[in-house]
Design a protein around this ligand. Structure first.
Ligand SMILES: Nc1ncnc2c1ncn2[C@@H]1O[C@H](COP(=O)(O)OP(=O)(O)OP(=O)(O)O)[C@@H](O)[C@H]1O
Ligand SMILES: [Mg+2]
Length: 500
């Protein structure tokens, strides 16, 4: 700590000195930027109390005649007359056990302030232990910023930022590094647009696999009510009773549900058994309606495809990418399948203490939308999926299932999910509306730091960092998302070339 650069002193316009928010009057020639870490010495133990700069502004003595001169276009260029002020927020000091505490004793006025040098910042940027990975560098000190993996599973993670700010690059790079630590972390990625193909290419098929979403579809696991919901029938209708009877027949034969097997079972349905005591013609008419419904159903598959088991895949490989980019099918069906897959993974983790993974939800608003703000698919299937995701967000961590949520718009993602994941947050530049939303979760100090970050830079805060205060991080990409292979311009160049 000795030899640190003194950059100023605490100062007050009113004469009163606060603890949590200080104003620094900078020594002439010294500089500070928003986000910088400074410290003053603890009055009792001399340890550094870290403050983070939230605002820097020049201060100039107000002179009455200045306004009149300026209106004439005359500027008084008296540099001696202005000073540089900075506001900083207290994060606290580190005790012998590495815990951060906030100071409660008053600090004498005009206390000297020092710029936190590398050794001090380093203490706060590197988590202890070996189970961690690199996220990027702190641009002020050029120090590596690492994240501890345990908190990223136990307390999940939120990666947010507006369009094109680098969210997917951050997520894919974090995954690429986390699968290379010892022991490697396993991931199940729900990939809306096929952005994670680059990860599969990079890791190779032995370590990673991309699976089209419908390969996970288990028709047998669909609750029977979902079938009649698809057709818009009531449970008490004869059509529903006949369909349920046919499903029961299949169930008793342990046969898989396909359009063909179900139609065959339909022929075996006996009117007497159902208590149908009207004419047989009428019964045949109902059967025909059921047969037609089976034919057009989107939930009942045509053939018995080999259905993949997400748990078995995760046991064999480090990263499984569930690709939802294909298929003209509705979101209703995609929601059902994602819900089935997540339920299966979560149930396995609940039952098997030797199993765990991190679930990555890219574009989370498509799976966990905030009620009344964003809607896609059907109410029922959407509700089921949201139920599983909320359960994982709240109980997953302690059962070995971490949740990483990547989102562009905070307001569109369900509140519980956002709040649970915000224990670790990697926040790229945000739109004003989302900044307000974030301030509700993270507090004003955090939001003020974000400002306008260039792509690829983020403010990071959370339990995965050694410190409890936000750090400005330049994310070091390990991999880029698949979309980065073609820029908008490259597409038009190509079209121009072939049309010549
Ligand atoms: N850490 C980084 N370092 C350098 N460049 C980056 C970084 N992150 C992103 N970029 C650049 O920004 C572009 C957009 O990144 P990315 O696709 O990750 O953003 P996104 O926020 O996921 O976008 P979208 O909102 O479209 O999903 C990338 O193609 C890359 O060129
Ligand atoms: Mg993206």
């Amino acid at each position: 700590m000795d030899g640190s650069m003194k950059i100023g002193h605490t100062y007050s316009m009113t004469g009163e000195y606060e603890l949590d928010k200080i104003i620094i009057l900078l020594i002439r020639g010294r500089e500070l930027a928003k986000g910088d870490l400074v410290y003053l010495k603890h009055p009792k133990n001399n340890l550094p109390i870290i403050y983070q700069v939230t605002r820097v502004y020049p201060h100039k003595r107000v002179r009455e005649y200045e306004e009149a001169l300026l209106s004439e276009g005359k500027v008084i260029g008296d540099i001696e007359d202005s000073t540089l002020h900075a506001e900083a927020h207290q994060w606290g000091w580190m005790d012998d056990d590495g815990c951060i505490r906030t100071i409660r004793y008053p600090i004498p006025p005009n206390a000297p302030i020092f710029l936190a040098e590398r050794q001090i910042v380093e203490k706060f940027t590197k988590p202890a232990g070996e189970w961690k990975f690199l996220l990027g560098t702190d641009p002020t000190t050029d120090l590596d910023v690492e994240l501890g993996i345990y908190p990223l599973i136990r307390q999940s993670c939120l990666i947010c930022g507006s369009v094109g700010t680098g969210k997917t690059t951050t997520a894919v790079s974090m995954i690429a590094r986390a699968v290379n630590v010892t022991p490697p972390v396993r991931f199940f990625i729900i990939d809306k647009d096929g952005e994670y193909s680059s990860l599969v290419d990079n890791l190779g098929v032995k370590k990673a696999l991309k699976v089209p979403w419908n390969s996970f579809f288990h028709p047998g696991d669909i609750p029977w009510d979902d079938y009649i919901a698809e057709f818009g029938w009531q449970k008490s209708w004869w059509n529903s009773k006949i369909l349920f009877q046919a499903l029961k027949i299949l169930y008793s034969q342990s046969a898989t549900v396909t359009k063909n097997t179900l139609k065959k079972a339909l022929h075996l349905v006996n009117p007497d058994k159902l208590g149908f005591n009207k004419k047989d013609d009428e019964f045949q008419l109902y059967k025909m309606q059921v047969e037609n419904a089976i034919q057009i159903s989107k939930l009942i598959p045509l053939e018995n495809n080999d259905v993949l088991d997400p748990v078995a895949l995760l046991k064999e490989r480090l990263a499984i990418v569930m690709d939802l980019s294909d298929g003209k099918d509705t979101w209703e069906q995609k929601h059902l399948v994602v819900a089935q897959v997540l339920r299966k993974i979560f149930n396995e983790a609940l039952e098997n203490r030797k199993f765990g993974c991190i679930i990555v939800l890219e574009e989370a608003m498509y799976y966990a939308p905030q009620y009344g703000v964003f809607e896609i698919g059907e109410k029922e299937s959407r509700g089921k999926l949201l139920g599983v995701i909320k359960e994982i967000a709240t109980n997953g961590g302690r059962n070995g299932i971490g949740l990483w949520v990547v989102t562009q718009r905070l307001a569109t993602v369900e509140k519980t999910v956002i709040t649970q994941c915000a224990n670790n947050i990697i926040c790229h530049s945000l739109e004003d509306l989302d900044k307000q939303r974030l301030a509700e979760i993270m507090g004003q100090e955090f939001t003020e730091l974000i400002g306008d970050l260039p792509p690829g830079e983020a403010i990071v805060k959370g339990t995965a960092l050694k410190c409890r205060f936000p750090l400005w991080v330049k994310i070091l990409p390990e991999l880029y998302p698949s979309s980065s292979l073609s820029t908008p311009m490259s597409r038009f160049l190509y079209m121009n070339n072939i049309s010549k």
